[in-house]
Design a protein around this ligand. Sequence first.
Ligand code: MG
Length: 444
Amino acid sequence: MTVLRVGSASDVGRVRSNNQDATLVAPDLFAVADGMGGHQGGEVASAIAVETLRSAVAAPTPASLVEAVRAANQAIWDRSAADPELRGMGTTLCALAVVEGTGGGEQLMVVNVGDSRAYLFRNGELSQLTRDHSLVEDLRAEGRLTDEEAAAHPHRNILTRALGSEPDVEVDQHEVEPLAGDRFLLCSDGLFNEVTLDRIGATLRRLADPEDTARELVRLANEHGGRDNITVVVVDVVESDSPQVAAEPGARSASGPPGRGGTAVAPAVSQRLAPEEDLAGFSTAAPPASAEEPPGPPPEARDSDAGEEAETRKGRERPARRITWRVALFVVVVLAVLATAAGAIAWYARHTYFVGVRAGEVTIFKGRPGGVLWFGPTVEQRTGIKLTEMPAQYRDDLTKGVDESSLAAARRYIEKLQGIAASQGIGRPPAAPTTSAPPTGPHS
Ligand code: MG
């Protein structure tokens, strides 16, 4: 008997206006579909996919599960052909189901079309069960892109296979012998394009409750950008027919050998999901059967190394690095702009002059009246002219400060003031020509 516990979460993300992902959580069947297509096409396609799967599969066998996916493909294709507004729509579909194995026992089976993914988290190690049907994955598999390049490739959303794009579709299948303690993760690309495998693995280790785990993974995807719809289904194996297989840590079986372990014959009819009361009452403690895995290190011990191990072949650190690089570039640009602005202000503050008054004496200052930011005006040249020697109409201007574009212009203005003072006969003669007065230079 296989007893499962499931949690799921889906979110539109932080950029998209609608959620084109669809989720299926049925007693023995779980799926994620990521729709695509203009208008409402994506939503329609992903909804058709999960609904067709739900209604087509009663007691699924590997063959009937694949047939159900092909039926979903046909249904989307037909609808797309019938409705011009939905033409070109399609969807991914990644499903996990309990199926009857050839030996009468129960197996878990993953079927996949597109780039939604199924992962298995076993003994602290996260491994990807499905292969993306995408252009970038093909290039990666051919060695033309590194894992890092593939993970950050701008065209990684181009699919080579999807439901609804052709009248028939090839369906990938993976059978896994369930072990108590296994966690299966189904997700749309809105999760793994935003969150590193390290982080996903750490979350699967940290949170025992599948609902909490699913919600936390969605939250993390939003925290890292949320640029796409995000859908996560976490399926925990609480009990399985093959507890002794857990004695092989890290054992991973895409299609387990027939009769493996030779355990007690599975009941013909089995309960595949814990009843609702069990779901509600399940504590956040580790699944009970996990204590029966003798050689497996305790969960805490796994934590120490599994983070690195979980960073498997996909190398998902690239998005985080890219963000850091962008932030660094942004900071450099901002600093450059600030430095340029500060330079311009400094130039403006230090390369202009004005004629003002200092201690009752008309004075040429370098800078601006009142200063600019932290650049205060400095005395450039004293003139020996008392403010009281000036006609009244000049005193106001001089008190406020008369801007001049250059030192020469300021000196010409001083000569004019000296001339005015002399012509009015109220001032003393210009005994000290400005040109001979040694500038005092800037003072701070
Ligand atoms: Mg998506």
